[in-house]
Ligand binder design. Structure first.
Ligand code: UDP
Ligand code: MG
Length: 320
């Protein structure tokens, strides 16, 4: 018997992209069903992450027309892609009986044609498949620079992550359940999945342009996501402060020796003061960032609330 696939898609203000994306997904899923690679219960789970446009009406219309293929999960407010993905994963395994999920973006920038390869890998016993972008010519200069800089910074911070992998991935049911057992609110899925383990593989593809609409991530949102990605998974920035203060002390001693030798104290004092102030304030800011996040995590707040579900939910199979 073939396994049940759920394609999980977080959607925020995707009025322009969804009407193009929905038929493409239907086509791909139907093809997989006909070839017997996935079960007839397989579906697409569209998560509306608190959109302000008519994204939810579009999702509802798709599930009203074809409730066997399209299901909708409406979150009570916008919480960001990571929380949307978690909510979709939760619904996929706990409501729609998924044996495996594939998550991707609503604009189909991550080549959806590789869903079949991911499915084949699942069927041959792989638990995790990372979609890896091997060509970014379609990305803007800023996107390329920030994305690649971020991967390199993550590595430098000792974070185990897959280079050029974002949120396009296949996860088996057991990996989904493990992922859902991480209760943190500052969740960055791509850094968690490698920690779960199991047999993994990669599928490479060229990143495409958005099919319609505009990116939901401006520079400030991307910056906040990058900080989250690093602070939620690495303590190295705080440890680096120690190195910075040692360096600053060395510079101070060098200035002191130079000032004694030359007798020209004024300028060296001012510049040393600036350097020391910058190091101290940056250190306080980094420690504060971690302390603040520890405080938020200590509250164990729920990550999202599901306001409404659209589509068939009477899945008869009960799975563990
Ligand atoms: N998204 C979301 N919540 C948000 C922002 C974005 O669910 O607050 C979704 C969005 O609809 C898309 C995916 O996350 O499906 C990635 O967003 P986008 O394509 O705008 O990001 P980019 O590809 O430009 O990094
Ligand atoms: Mg995109």
């Amino acid at each position: 018997m073939s396994s049940t696939l759920n394609i999980v898609i977080p959607c925020y203000n995707e009025h322009d992209a969804l009407p193009l994306t929905i038929p493409v997904l239907k086509n791909i899923l139907d093809g997989l069903k006909v070839s017997g690679k996935v079960s007839e219960n397989s579906r697409v789970v569209l998560v509306d992450d608190g959109s302000k446009d008519d994204t939810w009406s579009i999702i509802k219309a798709a599930s009203d027309t074809d409730g066997k293929t399209f299901s909708g999960v409406k979150l009570s407010r916008n919480g960001g892609t990571q929380k949307g993905l978690l909510a979709g994963t939760d619904a996929a395994v706990n409501i729609f009986g998924a044996d495996f999920i594939i998550s991707t973006d609503a604009d189909l920038q991550d080549d959806i044609q590789t869903v079949e390869k991911m499915t084949d890998l699942f069927n041959s016993g792989t638990d995790v498949v990372y979609g890896v972008r091997n060509d970014r010519t379609a990305d803007t200069g800023l996107k390329k620079l920030t994305a690649q800089g971020f991967y390199k910074l993550s590595r430098a911070m000792g974070i185990e992550s897959v280079y050029n992998h974002s949120d396009y991935r296949m996860l088996s049911r057991r990996v989904c359940l493990h992922l859902l057992s991480y209760r943190e609110s500052d969740v960055f899925i791509r850094n968690i999945v490698p920690k779960i383990g199991y047999r993994s593989d990669t599928v490479e593809y060229a990143r495409l342009a958005r099919n319609a609409g505009t990116t939901k991530y401006n520079f400030i949102k991307l910056f906040a996501l990058a900080i989250s990605g690093i602070v939620s998974s690495s303590l190295r920035p705080v440890r680096l402060i120690f190195g910075a203060s040692a360096l600053s002390a060395l510079i101070g001693i060098a200035y002191f020796i130079a000032a004694c030798a030359t007798g020209y104290v004024k300028h060296s004092l001012i510049s040393a003061l600036w350097i020391v102030c910058a190091v101290i304030t940056a250190s306080i800011a980094i420690v504060g960032e971690y302390a603040g996040r520890a405080y938020i995590e200590s509250k164990h707040r729920p990550n999202y609330f599901i306001e409404e579900i659209a589509g068939e939910t009477n899945i008869s199979e009960v799975k563990n």
